[in-house]
Design a protein around this ligand. Structure first.
Ligand code: PMP
Ligand code: GLN
Length: 380
């Protein structure tokens, strides 16, 4: 294969899900819920197909979806957008890829929170960019603003932000976001903000888009998607919003990736954003209870558990469980315990920080979580 694919030949999520299927293990690896989102939304997709929405939709996005995203950003965050400031994508994954490909030249540096979501690292490499990690360190996984500031060089082009953060569950506070904003403004950087878990926050944590801070809208591409908010991860409808010139760059790259997708899923997603926002509110409450269930169970197993404020993942440190290497731990776990989890070491450049970190998802039925915990407790 081409040089540009060196080291990014596969995604760890596919590898671990395949391992779960092969071994019959309980899959707490890849983050997808085992219960589908609202039936009313699924019915909208079905009727859109029956009504003939089966050919290419406009590359920019169907008008219903653009308008629903505009109304969502206004209603939830007070952000004012017009249709030129939103583009529909094939999931957040394509929005991230198109933002990086559309904004990063070879040799440009991209600062990202570490542990990073695996696609960030991959698309920066595909674009010929250089990754600079800013580590959210255990046990609290907060952003160290001095480390962020020190990561900026004359080659830095953009900051790729993710809040609520996968895998740590950190929800960046207003103060942390203000610090990111100061750095971005001082160095005239673009921020690409991946907010796919925007509605999945717990306790008193609340999501705040960095685009709402003074001076930030004009330099921020905000990304989200239907998958996590509405438990419809296979639909792959996403969107990016921001000032027209940045959105145009994202769309220019997207034109040569998929150009367009999701003809019937786009109007159904518009319906979800308009009529079903109670769903993620309810989901977040259910997930909070599942978080507590999984964290309590894991805590009895002699691993260090970090309770997340958002997303549907828990990161643990398995060093005390007798393992030095999270990849080896996760490869052995199906045999040893009949459970699959995701090793985080590939999400870190800081090898010492990443070596023992393992991620578990709790977007599963209670009986599935309980079964996994029981198997882990019975394993040696
Ligand atoms: N960003 C993060 C942080 C994610 O966890 C995921 C997985 N939902 C994505 C992006 C990809 O989203 P999508 O499925 O909409 O492509
Ligand atoms: N976002 C999900 C996760 O983090 C799914 C990842 C994927 O399938 N690429 O597990």
């Amino acid at each position: 294969h081409a040089q540009r694919l060196q080291g990014i030949e596969s995604t760890i999520f596919a590898t671990m899900s395949a391992l779960a299927v092969r071994t019959g293990a309980v899959n707490l690896g890849q983050g997808f819920p085992d219960e589908d989102g609202p039936t009313s939304v699924i019915a909208q997709a079905e009727s859109a197909m029956r009504a003939g929405r089966n050919q290419y939709p406009p590359g920019h996005g169907t008008p219903e979806l653009l308008d629903a995203v505009i109304a969502h950003q206004r209603g939830c965050y007070g952000l004012e957008l017009d249709r030129s400031q939103v583009v529909a994508t094939t999931g957040a994954t394509e929005a991230i890829a198109a933002a990086v490909l559309g904004l990063v030249d070879p040799g440009d540096e991209v600062v990202m929170l570490e542990p990073y979501y695996d696609s960030y690292d991959a698309v920066v490499q595909l674009a010929g960019g250089v990754r600079r990690g800013v580590t959210l360190r255990a046990p609290e996984y907060r952003l160290d603003v001095d480390v962020l500031a020190a990561a900026i060089t004359s080659r830095t082009k953009l900051i790729l932000l993710n809040t609520p953060h996968n895998p740590t569950g950190t929800v960046l506070t207003r103060e942390e976001l203000e610090a990111v904003a100061r750095v971005a403004i001082e160095h005239d950087l673009v921020v690409v903000s991946d907010e796919v878990y925007e509605h999945l926050t717990f306790d008193d944590a609340a999501h705040l888009p960095i685009a709402t801070l003074p001076g930030m809208f004009e330099r921020t591409v905000t990304i989200s998607s239907v998958g996590k908010t509405f438990s419809l991860t296979g639909w792959k409808v996403g969107w990016a919003s921001g000032p027209a010139e940045l959105v145009t760059a994202v769309e220019a790259a997207k034109n040569w990736l998929t150009y367009t997708s999701g003809s019937a899923f786009q109007p159904a997603t518009a319906y979800a954003l308009t009529h079903e926002l109670d769903f993620p509110r309810r989901l977040a409450g259910e997930l909070q209870a599942k978080r507590d269930r999984l964290c309590a169970g894991l805590a009895t197993l002699d691993v260090d558990v970090h309770v997340p404020q958002g997303t549907y993942f828990v990161v643990t440190d398995v060093a005390r469980y007798g393992w030095e290497d999270s990849l080896a731990f996760c490869r052995a776990l199906p045999e040893r315990a009949g459970v699959v989890a995701v090793p985080c070491q590939g999400f870190y450049d800081d090898a010492a920080e990443g070596a023992h970190k393992v991620r578990w998802t709790f977007c599963k039925k209670n009986e599935v979580i309980d079964e996994a915990l029981q198997r882990l407790a019975e394993a040696d």
